[in-house]
Design a protein around this ligand. Structure first.
Ligand SMILES: Nc1nc2c(ncn2[C@@H]2O[C@H](COP(=O)(O)OP(=O)(O)O)[C@@H](O)[C@H]2O)c(=O)[nH]1
Ligand SMILES: [Mg+2]
Length: 353
C-alpha cells in the first residue's frame, strides 16, 4: 500500500517551500510574528538549503500590505490566496452556530488537512516544510533533512503529541475504525486508532505523496466528505497522522531533530520532546509575553470564548492558556513598518540565505 519510491525526486527535482498561513496581517503583532518566525527559519536552515517562503492567506491581506511585509525579508515572501486552491470558501450547513473565529479556525484545519499539498504541487514544489507564523525554529538538523530527501522520505515531524480535543477523540477514532474495516486497511504504522498524533504546526513532507497515492487521496476525500472538520472540529493533525499511519511505510516517516518554539499554545519542542516553555530567542520571548498580556487583557471576551472552541488546544502538555485568538484585537497600526523590524533594523534582512 505504501510507497516511498514514488515520491523520490529525481536529482535536481527538489523545489522546496517553507509555508505558513496567516490572518490579515492587519496588526503590528501579526506582522512582527511573521517576520520574526521567517527570520528563525532562514537562520536555522542556513545558506545551503535553498527555499521559497510561501505565505497563504484567506484573501484578507491586501496587495500593498503583502508588498510592505515582503520587502522586509531578504528573499521576499510569496503571498498566495488560499481560496484559489479550495481554502476558506465553502462552509457546510452547520449543525450548531459558530462565530467567525471558530469558522476561520475550521477553515484553517480544512486547508491544512486537504488543500495545502495541492496548492504547493501546482505552484511547482516537490517538498514543503510547514512552519506556522507562530513557530520559531531554533535549531534543525539540516543533514537529516538532506538525507531524508535523498531517501525519498514522505514525512518528518518534530513532535508526537496527544490529541485531547474531546469531541475529536470521541468521534474520529470510531470513524477511522469503520473506514479501515470497510477498506480492509491494516495500518502500516500501528497502533491505530490512537490519540497520538504528529504536531502539525511544524512538519516536512514530500508534497505529491498526498495527492498521487490513490489510497491517500481516497482517505482524505472520505474524511472531507464527512464535513466533520466543521461539525466536530477535527483538526488537521489527527487527519494527517491517520493518513500516514494507514498508508506510509514506517521507514518513510521519521522524526526530524528540531528545536522550536510554538507561541499560540506555548510549546517548547527539543529533539522530539516537549519541555517547559522557555523560548531561547529573545524576540520570541517578547512576543510570547505580549500574547500572554493580550490574552489576559481580553479574558472573558468573545475572543477568549473562541479560544476554547476554535480550540487549538489539541494536545496536553504545557499549555496553560490559549493566547492566540485575541491577536486580532490589536489596534490597527498606522506605521506600516513592524516594530520588531524597526527595532532590529529589519531583522529578517539580517539572516541572509
Ligand atoms: N487566515 C486564517 N488563518 C488562520 C486562522 N486561524 C488560524 N490560522 C493560521 O493557522 C495557523 C495555526 O493557527 P493557530 O491559531 O496558531 O492554531 P494552533 O497552533 O492550533 O493554536 C497559524 O499559522 C494561523 O495564522 C483563520 O481564521 N484565518
Ligand atoms: Mg499555533
Amino acid at each position: 500500500m505504501a510507497s516511498s519510491a514514488a515520491t523520490r525526486p529525481k536529482p535536481g527535482d527538489v523545489r522546496f517551500a517553507v509555508f505558513s498561513l496567516v490572518h490579515d496581517l492587519d496588526t503590528e503583532a501579526q506582522q512582527d510574528r511573521l517576520l520574526a518566525t521567517r527570520s528563525c527559519v532562514a537562520r536555522a536552515l542556513g545558506p545551503l538549503v535553498p527555499f521559497d517562503h510561501i505565505i497563504f492567506h484567506d484573501g484578507g491581506v491586501p496587495l500593498g500590505r503583502q508588498q510592505e511585509v515582503s520587502a522586509l525579508v531578504d528573499t521576499g515572501l510569496t503571498f498566495v490566496d488560499a481560496r484559489e486552491y479550495g481554502g476558506f470558501t465553502r462552509v457546510p450547513r452547520l449543525l450548531r452556530p459558530l462565530d467567525k473565529a471558530a469558522i476561520g479556525y475550521r477553515h484553517m484545519c480544512h486547508f491544512m488537512a486537504f488543500d495545502w499539498f495541492d496548492a504547493l504541487s501546482r505552484l511547482g514544489y516537490s517538498h514543503a516544510m510547514r512552519v506556522d507564523e507562530d513557530v520559531c525554529i531554533n535549531r534543525i538538523d539540516v543533514e537529516a533533512l538532506h538525507r531524508a530527501i535523498g531517501d525519498g522520505v514522505v514525512y518528518m515531524y518534530g513532535l508526537e503529541t496527544t490529541e485531547s480535543h474531546r469531541e475529536t477523540v470521541d468521534t474520529l477514532a470510531p470513524w477511522l475504525l469503520t473506514y479501515a474495516e470497510s477498506r480492509g486497511i491494516e495500518p502500516t504504522i500501528p497502533p491505530y486508532p490512537s490519540d497520538a498524533m504528529y504536531f502539525s504546526n511544524f512538519f516536512f513532507s514530500a508534497v505529491d505523496w498526498w495527492r498521487e497515492q490513490p489510497e491517500v487521496a481516497h482517505f482524505l476525500a472520505a474524511v472531507n466528505a464527512t464535513q466533520n472538520v466543521y461539525h466536530h472540529r477535527w483538526g488537521d493533525a489527527p487527519i494527517q497522522t491517520a493518513a500516514l499511519r494507514f498508508h506510509a511505510s514506517p521507514a518513510s516517516v521519521r522524526l526530524l531533530p528540531v528545536d522550536y518554539t510554538h507561541l499560540s499554545t506555548r510549546n517548547e519542542i527539543r529533539g522530539g520532546e516537549e519541555v517547559p516553555f522557555d523560548p531561547p530567542d529573545p524576540e520570541m520571548r517578547r512576543l510570547a509575553q505580549e500574547m500572554h498580556r493580550n490574552a489576559s487583557a481580553c479574558n472573558g471576551t468573545n475572543a477568549l470564548a473562541n479560544c476554547s472552541d476554535g480550540g487549538a488546544r489539541t494536545h496536553r502538555a504545557h499549555q496553560p492558556e490559549r493566547a492566540g485568538r485575541c491577536g486580532g484585537q490589536h489596534p490597527r497600526r498606522a506605521d506600516p513598518v513592524p516594530s520588531a523590524a524597526r527595532r532590529r533594523g529589519g531583522v529578517a534582512r539580517r539572516h541572509r540565505r
